[in-house]
Structures are given as C-alpha cells and as structure tokens.
Design a protein around this ligand. Structure first.
Ligand code: AMO
Length: 471
C-alpha cells in the first residue's frame, strides 16, 4: 500500500504500531503485546471465533478474536459489526497457521496476525454504504465525488493521491537542490494576470477584489526583490465555462520564477525536474503504480509503465508546429491557437513530452518578453513564451518575461489593459530589473500523464467545476 521503510512511525495514544510494521516485520513482534487500529475491511466467523481483515493507511493485518480471550460481548459486537467500522485491538502477535501446500513445494512466506485480548469498536459504519471499497461494482463519477472520503479508501484511488504527494515532494526537492526557495503569494488580488474575462469577483470589505488566477505577478516581484529563484505550489482560480476532461475552475499551479534566465533556461529546469520526478517514482513508488495498475488491468486497460523521459525534450517551435499541422491538411494559420485536436497531429510524431517555444506575441500575455529581434516568416511578432505538452495535452505555459518597464507598459496598452491598474507591478521594474523567466505547471495534468487517468477529476481530491462546489 505505502512504502513505509523510510518513515518513523511514532506510537500514538491509540496505537503502538501500524499494520504494515507488523505485516512486513512480524517476526520481530512475535509474542509481543501491541495495540492496533484500522477499518474492518472484511469480517467473518461465527460461534467462538471472528476474523477481521484490518486496514489502516499503511497496509493490512488479520485480527483473530476468540471466545475466552475476549469478553462474550466483545466477540458478539465484533461479529455483528458492519464492514468499514473502525476498531482498536489489543493483543499478541502470532504467526498465522501456514496453509497446506503439496509435498515438495516451498512454503509461502510467513504471515502474522494479532490475537485479540481487548476489542474496542471506535465507530460503527452505517449501512448500506453509497459505494463499496473492495467490491468491483461500477459507480459513476458523480457518486464517487459526492462520497470522495469513501472513494479514497479504494486502493487505486488512494494510490493516486499518494502519487500526487510524491510528485510534489520530488518536484520540491529537485527545485530546492537547484537553489529555489518556496514562496506563498496572495490569493485575494486586485488585478488580473491572465486576462480579465475569467476572474471570480469577491467582496473584499468595501471594495471589489478577485480570486487569483496565477501567482504570476507576485513571483516576478519576488525575483525583482532579489529572491533570485522562487517556486510556489498553490491554488489558482479560473472562472472558465469549460466542461472538459482537463479543465477545472480551481487547480494547483506549480510555478517557478528565476532571475538572470531565458525561456530556454527554464525549459531546462522543467525537463530536469520532470525527469527527476519520474526517476524517483520509478525507484521508490512502484508499489503505488502497481495499485493503480491492478485496477487498470481489472478494468481492461493497459498497465502503465513509468519510463524516465530522456533529456532534452524535443522543441517544436510554434512556427514549425503550424507547418506540421498544415501539412496534415488541417485548416490552421500562423497566429491561431494550437488546440488539442491540432496537438494530436504533432503527437503523431512527438507522443510524449515536447516543448512548443516562440509563440506569436499576440497569443501570449503582456508579461511575456516581446522578442523584436526575431520575426516569423510571415513577419509576425514573436515572443519568448513556450508551452510544454504531453501528446495532445498542455502541461505548462512559461517564458522569458518582459523586464523593461517601458515595454511592459506598452504591452499592457496593446492588450487593452489599463496600466494604472498594474502600477504595483510595473513599479517593481523601475529600479533595476534582472532578465528573468519562469513557468506554471498544472499538477493535476502531470498526474494524469503519470497514471494514465483520463479525467482531471480523477487526480484532484475535491474538484471544482461548473457544476460542483461540494463536498
Ligand atoms: P496558464 O494559464 O497556461 O499559464 O496555466 C499554466 C498551466 O496550468 C494548468 N491549467 C489548468 N489546469 C486545470 N484547469 C484549468 N482551468 C487550467 N488552466 C491552466 C495547465 C497550464 O499549462 N502565469 C502562467 C504561467 C507562467 O507563465 O509562469 C499561467 O498561468 O497545465
């Protein structure tokens, strides 16, 4: 279930050990008295005995409850308890009786159980449950999300969110190793970073404010303040009316910003980080991938294999991408957005991670560096903005930023924004500004790639879309 080898599990007031500590190292505990806790995944037995398959966040262990070892009332309550009820059990660890194997065949590895001397039911589960934990019954996404606390107890869903935590951990560790420090920017803001149409307005005392779409302006100001290399993992809110497999109205954006750097420099940071995440997951977390695969296989899908990508990821410039798409007969012209169905065509050649650098300035936000030294074949103005795609799906946007206050003000005017609303930001560039670059990566989308999930709702604990703001 979880790789616990490097974790020090300190006893709590409720339990002396985790189930996995006993299950994987039972020999050390034979005849010792321990107190364990868990959900009752399966309860069976009648008369003088009861067997409970206990499950906690680390693994499973069988509890053996026998008449005479516990009170009659404890035995009866255990036998009649509903599945998923929570138990605290005190007892002695013993080796389970070895199963009979045909002569000459090796014995399977020893298994252990707790022989109960005290049973305490902490909470009885109500019945029927809105969805089963171990039963293979089809349930729709809405039922699952309405009861996410139960859905999460299912092995493959649980593994998905442990993998999510690993992506964040390994990503963080990698950036810290490259000299980045973590920041937190405000989520209540007064000016839009990513265009004014998809903002959620909120009342902020006696004035209007918005939920932040991106830490963009603030991560840049942090770099203006000589924090040099910063990253943030935080929520971003978009009032988009999309209803797709990859859009939500709240998502976690994994952002970096880096001084004295170009678009190419931060693309390199990104490919190093993603490669390192993949490598670490392959080294340490195959058990979680196995849990995801067990379900995929039972669902008739191919198992996922974690292949560490090679560096450098291909770079397909915007201009080349347009040519490639045109060649396939698709109706697209320079200056158009590359949508998912266009990216499908690029993905025929580049099926995994690839960057699309050098977008037209007209397609990128005002804060992107306007590269007047280079124009497209058709004479269009180019920027230092890029995207990272995996096949058809965009994972990241980023770029070198505009650090010249005058050009920045002009960019704001060019996209129809009022520079006065951005004084707090442009002022940051008036007193010496390092050239800098950064990116924002959608964590849920990266997890979709890692786990083969077909819908972003699979990879977000409590997703927010147009129809859902509970639980
Ligand atoms: P952008 O708006 O492209 O860029 O967002 C960056 C990445 O965030 C993810 N993303 C989303 N994920 C789920 N639902 C959504 N509605 C959604 N919108 C975006 C995508 C996307 O690639 N400030 C820039 C980043 C930068 O330049 O540093 C920005 O926010 O994976």
């Amino acid at each position: 279930m979880v790789n616990t080898s490097e974790v020090k599990w300190i006893p709590t007031n409720y339990r002396t050990n985790t189930l996995n500590e006993i299950a994987s190292n039972g020999k050390l505990f034979i005849n010792s008295e321990v107190t364990l806790c868990g959900f009752a995944e399966i309860i069976r037995g009648k008369g003088a005995v009861c067997f409970i398959r206990l499950r906690d966040g680390t693994g499973h262990l069988q509890a053996f409850i026998k008449k005479g070892n516990v009170s009659d009332q404890e035995l009866e309550l255990s036998q009649n308890a509903s599945r998923e009820s929570t138990f605290q059990i005190k007892g002695i660890i013993a080796e389970k009786r070895a199963p009979k194997v045909p002569e000459g065949e090796p014995l399977p590895p020893a298994e252990y159980e707790i022989v109960a001397s005290e049973v305490n039911i902490l909470s009885l589960a109500e019945t029927p449950m809105p969805l089963g934990i171990t039963d293979k019954v089809e349930v729709g996404m809405d039922v699952r999300l309405d009861n996410r606390f139960l859905d999460l107890r299912r092995k493959h869903v649980n593994a998905m969110f442990r993998l999510r935590s690993k992506i964040l951990q390994y990503g963080r560790e990698h950036l810290i190793s490259e000299g980045f420090g973590e920041i937190n920017s405000p989520k209540i803001i007064a000016a839009a970073a990513e265009g004014g149409t998809n903002l959620f307005p909120i009342k902020y005392f006696d004035r209007n404010a918005y939920l932040s779409q991106s830490p963009q302006l603030y991560k840049q100001l942090a770099v203006m303040g000589n924090l040099e290399r910063v990253f943030e993992i935080g929520p971003a809110f978009r009032a988009e009316k999309h209803d797709t497999y990859r859009h939500l109205n709240e998502f976690i954006s994994f952002d970096i910003e880096m001084a004295w750097a170009s678009d190419e420099d931060v693309m390199c940071v990104q490919e190093r980080m993603i490669t390192q995440i993949w490598r670490k997951i392959k080294e340490n977390d195959q058990n979680l991938i196995d849990d995801v695969n067990e379900f995929r296989i039972s669902d008739g899908k191919e198992p996922i294999v974690v292949n560490v990508p090679t560096i450098p990821f291909p770079r397909v410039s915007y201009c080349d991408a347009i040519e490639l798409i045109k060649k396939s007969g698709s109706d697209i012209k320079w200056g158009d957005d590359i949508e998912a169905h266009h990216a499908d065509i690029i993905a025929e050649k580049y099926s995994e991670f690839y960057f699309i650098p050098r977008w037209p300035m007209s397609m990128k936000p005002f804060y992107i560096f306007h590269d007047k030294s280079e124009v497209s074949k058709t004479g269009g103005q180019l920027s230092r903005g890029f995207d990272l795609n995996y096949g058809r799906d965009e994972m990241t946007s980023g770029g070198q930023r505009e650090h010249r206050a005058g050009v920045l003000t002009q960019n704001l005017i060019d996209v129809g924004l009022n520079p006065d609303d951005f004084d707090f930001y442009v002022d940051g560039f008036r007193y010496g500004a390092p050239p800098h670059a950064g990116w924002g990566l959608g964590v849920a989308r990266l997890l979709m790639v890692l786990t083969g999930a077909g819908n972003v709702r699979e990879t977000v604990l409590f997703p927010r879309d147009r129809k859902r703001c509970t639980p």
